[in-house]
Design a protein around this ligand. Structure first.
Ligand SMILES: Cc1cc2nc3c(=O)[nH]c(=O)nc-3n(C[C@H](O)[C@H](O)[C@H](O)COP(=O)(O)OP(=O)(O)OC[C@H]3O[C@@H](n4cnc5c(N)ncnc54)[C@H](O)[C@@H]3O)c2cc1C
Length: 421
């Protein structure tokens, strides 16, 4: 470690007020990253890997990151909260300065961000990966204030713990209602993995319980595989009601736990209401979003089409046909890091290819998966037809069990890649 790297390593753990003064004390380029989830943490790591001389500062309010991947498994008692929780020590060891603040606003003309403690930080390039926020109020009764009674658990942490407690204390033979979100939302198979995990728990502890999914969509990711597995593993415990059968919810009365949809009224014991989604709030404040509520980007570099020198990645970005997933966010991160390093070194733009894989558990021994490969086609990121696929329909129990093992392996390896030392 040379003297300059030592100073930055020290600053990352002890001398944080330093960041408010000058971001470029030794003339090296300053890259500031907003958000220490999958996208932001991965881009910090890979920027340092591709060019160790860069000053890389990650701004994230939380001291640890709890991954959404695996949080459905936690609901079924198949993993612990500790195994989903990661610190920023690995990134600090790589020389990334980690500042536990929120970014309040972005001055894209002055190339400066203002933090919640009032300090400001200059940048040469800014990367924004704030994840999602919710469109509260799209459905009457689904509000932020009500989320402590009808949790979404779509950002892992306190909400996940709350939903788990509600599942565990639901009355025998009670009804669990999930309100699935409309497209686009983070983790397309996530709601359907979740009901399988809840059913796995109920099968052992509340076998007469019923699960109803009210869905504003007419189809969903890995649908045939999920529905076949639900039937095989849980009989008629799970009922999916798509939009054609009245699955669109108009209102929830939280006091009486009644859900009103086009199919009629359901009296629920637990309601898991997952609201419609949009880019994280900061993206709106900074003028990075378009009418869709997400952030348009240049396909090859993830630079915002609306603001120069700001790149947006992960769930907040409009990455063509790539799903909003942790795997996608990490793929965006690696390509964004390469694009920024190349641009600072005066090299040309890469022609990136991306991969996405989403594993889902349907029980502890039953896994299914979907994979896609993407590249830049014209102005857009699009899937390379025939390069991806889903698990086979006619697989035997040993194959499903092997995929369940791969699912756990995927979580270990991606989190080690992003937050490992
Ligand atoms: C139940 C569930 C299961 C899932 N399972 C999978 C799976 O199996 N595989 C998969 O690939 N994906 C899965 N996902 C999706 C995955 O969690 C997201 O796609 C991924 O986290 C996106 O990464 P991101 O960096 O865009 O956002 P995040 O990981 O959410 O990170 C955003 C970060 O930004 C920070 N932030 C926000 N605003 C500010 C601000 N103003 N200043 C500073 N920091 C800020 C937040 O604190 C947060 O840490 C799942 C999601 C859910 C809900």
């Amino acid at each position: 470690m040379n003297r300059r790297q030592f100073i930055y390593a020290a600053a990352s753990s002890a001398l944080l007020p330093l960041v408010g003064c000058s971001s470029k004390p030794d003339g090296h380029k300053s890259i500031v990253i907003v958000g220490g989830g999958f996208g932001g943490s991965a881009v910090a790591k890979y920027l340092k890997k591709y060019n160790p001389a860069l000053q890389v500062t990650l701004i994230e309010p939380q001291k640890t990151h709890i991954t959404c991947p695996g949080s459905n498994w936690f609901l079924a008692g198949l993993t612990t909260m500790e195994s989903l929780t990661f610190t920023y020590e690995g990134l600090k060891k790589r020389g990334v300065v980690v500042v536990h603040q929120s970014v309040e606003d972005i001055d894209d003309i002055g190339q400066r961000v203002r933090l919640s403690d009032g300090q400001s930080l200059d940048y040469d390039k800014l990367i924004v990966s704030p994840g999602i926020d919710f469109r509260w109020g799209d459905i009457d009764g689904i509000t932020q204030a009500n989320s402590d009674k009808i949790p979404h658990a779509w950002q892992a942490g306190a909400q996940t713990l709350l939903l788990k407690k509600q599942i565990e204390t639901m009355k025998q033979g009670g009804t669990f209602v999930m309100i699935a979100p409309p497209n686009p939302y983070r983790c397309p198979p996530g709601p359907y993995e979740r009901v399988g995990m809840v059913a796995h728990y109920f099968k052992q502890h509340n076998p007469k319980a019923k699960i109803v999914i009210l869905d504003p969509k007419d189809k969903f990711s890995k649908q045939a595989l999920f529905m076949e597995a639900w039937q095989d593993l849980y009989g008629d415990m799970i009922e999916w009601v798509g939009v054609a059968d009245g699955g669109k919810v108009s209102k929830i009365d939280v006091a009486s736990m009644t859900v009103f949809s086009e199919m009629g009224e359901i009296k629920a014991d637990v309601i898991n209401a997952i609201p419609a989604q949009k880019a994280g709030d900061l993206a709106f404040k900074a003028g990075l979003t378009n009418a869709s509520g997400f952030c348009p980007i240049v396909a090859g570099t993830f630079e915002s089409t609306l603001k120069k020198n700001i790149h947006v990645m992960g769930d907040a970005s409009i990455a063509g046909t790539m799903p909003k997933s942790a795997h996608s966010a990490v793929s965006h991160a690696k390509m964004t890091a390469a694009a920024i390093v190349n641009s600072l070194e005066g090299k040309g733009v890469l022609s990136p290819a991306h991969v996405n894989t989403c594993y889902s558990l349907v029980s502890d021994k039953y896994g299914i998966s979907i994979a896609g490969v993407y590249n830049v086609q014209g102005e857009k990121i699009d899937e390379i037809k025939g390069a991806g696929g889903v698990s086979p329909h006619d697989a035997d129990a040993a194959f499903r069990e092997m995929e369940a093992t791969y699912a756990r392996g995927w979580h270990s390896s991606i989190t080690q890649d992003v937050w490992g030392a």
